[in-house]
Structure formats: structure tokens, C-alpha cells
Write a protein that binds this ligand. Sequence first.
Ligand SMILES: NC(=O)C1=CN([C@@H]2O[C@H](COP(=O)(O)OP(=O)(O)OC[C@H]3O[C@@H](n4cnc5c(N)ncnc54)[C@H](OP(=O)(O)O)[C@@H]3O)[C@@H](O)[C@H]2O)C=CC1
Ligand SMILES: N[C@@H](CCC(=O)OP(=O)(O)O)C(=O)O
Length: 423
Amino acid sequence: MAISTPTSVTDICLAAKAAAKPLAALGADVKDRALHAIADALVARTPEILEANAKDLEAGRANEIGDALLDRLALDAERIEGIAAGTRAIAALPDPVGETIDGHRLPNGVDVRRVRVPFGVVAVVYEARPNVTIDAAGLALKSGNAIVLRGSSTAIHSNRVLAAIASEAATAAGVPEGAIQLVAGGGREELAELATQDGVVDLIFPRGGEGLKNALKAVATVPVIYAASGNCHLYVDASAKLDDAEAILINGKTQRPGVCNALETLLVHADAAAEFLPRAAKALHAAGVELRGDERARALAGPGIPIALATEEDWATEYLALTLAIRVVDSAAEAIDHVGRYGSGHSEAIVTQSTDAARAFQLGVDAACVYVNASTRFTDGGEFGMGAEIGNSTQKLHARGPIGVRELTTFKYLIEGTGQVRA
Ligand SMILES: NC(=O)C1=CN([C@@H]2O[C@H](COP(=O)(O)OP(=O)(O)OC[C@H]3O[C@@H](n4cnc5c(N)ncnc54)[C@H](OP(=O)(O)O)[C@@H]3O)[C@@H](O)[C@H]2O)C=CC1
Ligand SMILES: N[C@@H](CCC(=O)OP(=O)(O)O)C(=O)O
């Protein structure tokens, strides 16, 4: 593969394209053996991975990228074991390639079946999170796609070693050489080069913030599936169990505040606010969360907890930090309207005991994942039982929410007759 030899983005994509056809034809046994070989190699080569990761961390510290980003970037033996376990979990999934989605027999006796097939070459552009290198390569391999990886330059040393390990282990297990490619070492112009490989790259997944999304919108000529920002809401309905609401709120906001499925705004029904807001504000404050609220939320939260006045900008902001906006609403319909106006189509939740309110929220909210009485933090391929994820699609076409092996396939109609012709 093209990791050690400096070469152009086009050459890298062409090498992936050359591997795509034989890869699509591989049996599940070879692909699963390769995934286990990657997992074993990751564990065996842990010192090498950690050495490369230390270089990225040192550069990150020198560039003052901040503790949250350093934590996202950092690997240790336990995290590498976790990545290897994820790869084995992908191996354990059924092979999506060749799966019959549906089928029927025409009145003239012709059989029509819709069968899953790989896209060919997929590209992923992603944040400074080294595990994505292996998660994406593993999902692509299982779904019979060649992959071109373009991780953040902040993780370049880690990604180089991880992609090399995956490629070497997969090739040794019988996967066509070139199936796992890494674009690294250049600047952001690599995005435009990748996104304009018409006829070579079949699909590109940008996994990152709105800046990445807008940059890609301006240039992409290959099909794109956006795994973009999450401005996620929790609505606490009038009939909510307040213990559940508090647990879901604290989990959604504080478990990992920098991720796309973390909560950014709390909406509370006026009938629950007087009881819920003081305890919620206290718990959030104790967890180090800075609060912004509308006038009613500030008045009802009680004394002693500072809550700044929320502005229009707060409702629209994905903080990715220990900050939360709070608004009091008079009905589930008003909560749904707020989510419709400010949400980014990622993950939204209601806590309620009312089946009517739950149904109204699930029908009325237009997002990839709509939760009743559970945390938005579950929006994750691993948590959904999909082994891992390329990212969470925030668009509606082809894939929505976690992108796993099935979402990495398209389909073909396979038609079988016995000599029929059209009249
Ligand atoms: N929906 C989902 O599945 C996920 C969404 N996210 C979202 O991502 C955001 C956080 O990620 P963040 O750290 O900001 O990552 P960025 O969006 O800054 O970066 C992600 C990747 O895109 C590249 N990139 C960013 N901007 C541009 C540009 N203008 N032109 C070309 N390439 C670009 C980066 O390159 P480089 O770093 O080398 O400059 C990096 O490889 C949040 O909004 C979060 O919600 C995060 C993970 C999953
Ligand atoms: N789906 C993943 C989060 C993905 C994500 O947002 O990643 P990042 O922004 O790099 O921290 C999870 O729930 O852990």
C-alpha cells in the first residue's frame, strides 16, 4: 500500500480502485480471518503504536490543542485492546455482501432479487481520533469496500502506524494489496483532491464539524454522506419520572461532553420545571456544567446556581464542552418546534410517562435517532450492535445515524428467467 511512498492522492485512490473488484468477490472467511489478524497485530504491535501516538501527543501539547482533544487523540494499551475488540466484533457480524434484501417472482415467472453489493472505493475524512482509522478500515473490509482514509493531521503519526498494521495484516491474510489506503502528510487541499475523484472514489464520508461540511459542499463531485455536528436536545415532559430525567440529563451532558451525541440544550415543560429545574441545576453545577437559560429557567432554578441569560446564539450552538442551554416550554409541541428549528438532525430525546407525548415527539422530531426515556449518548455503531461506525449520518439519503457494514453497501437487482421476453 501507499503509506511509506510519497505519492499523489489520485495514485492512492487508483491503487484502492485496483483492489476494489477482487475485494468485492472475497468470501466471508478471508475477510473475517483478516479482521482477526488485524486485531492480533494491533495488540502485538502496541509499543510501536504508542511510540507514534506519543509523537502526536507531544505535538498536540506544543500546539496547545487542549485537554479534551488530547484525550481524544491519546492511546494506551487498554484503548488498543478496545480497538482490537471492536475489530473482532466486526468479524463476528454476518457478511452483508450477497445478502438478499427482498425479492419476488413476476407473473411471467421471472425472479427478481435485490442483493447487497459493496460500493467499491469509499473515502473517510475524520477528526483526530486514531481508533477511527481501524474502525473504518475494519467496516470497509467486512463490507467488501476498498478504503481511502484521511485522518486529521494532528494524528498523522498514529494513523500512519495503524493503517500500515491494518494493511499489512490484511494483505498477509489474503486481502488484495491496496485495499486499505491512507492519505497523510499534506494539508487540507487533500480534501478537495479526494472529493473530486470521479469514477475512482464512489462515496466520501466527512466526519467532523460544520467547517468540514461546508468545505466539502463547495468542492465535492463524488457522492457525499455527511457525519456532521450534533446539536442534541433533551425534553423533560410534564409527566417525566424526574429521577430518570436527571440521570439521562447528567449522562448526556457530562459523560463525554466533546462528542457529537452529547446534550447541548435542555427543554423542560413548565409543569415539571418548578420541581425539576432546582435539582437539575444543582446536579449540573456539581458536575462543573456552566448554565445558560431563558428568563423562566433562571427564575425557577432557584438561588445559588449562576445561570447566564441565554441568547439566540446559545440555542444554535453545539458547545462540545461542559455548557448547557435551558429553556422552559409550555407543551410537547413547543419542544418539538424548538428542536425542529435548532437541531442538526442527529439525536434527540424525551423523558415522559405519557405515550401520547412520546409518540408525538418520535413522529414530530426529524432526526436520525429519536429517544424515549434513554440517553442520546447511545447513538453509536458499537452501542447499536453494529460493531463500530464510520460516523453518524446527519443526512437523510442512503444512511441515517450510525454507519456500519450494511450502510457501506448498495444493492443490485439480480434477475433470473427461463427465456422470457417482453411482449
Ligand atoms: N456525526 C458524527 O458521526 C460525528 C460528528 N462529529 C462532529 O465533528 C465536530 C468535531 O470535530 P473536529 O475536531 O472539529 O473536527 P474537524 O471538523 O475540525 O476535522 C475533521 C477532519 O476534517 C478536516 N477538515 C476540517 N475542516 C476542513 C476544511 N475546511 N477543509 C479541509 N479539511 C478540513 C480535518 O483536517 P485537519 O485536522 O488535518 O485540519 C480533519 O481531518 C463536532 O461538530 C462533532 O459533532 C465528530 C465525530 C463524529
Ligand atoms: N459515536 C461516538 C462519538 C463519536 C464522536 O463524536 O467522536 P468525537 O467528536 O471525535 O469525540 C460515541 O458515542 O462514542
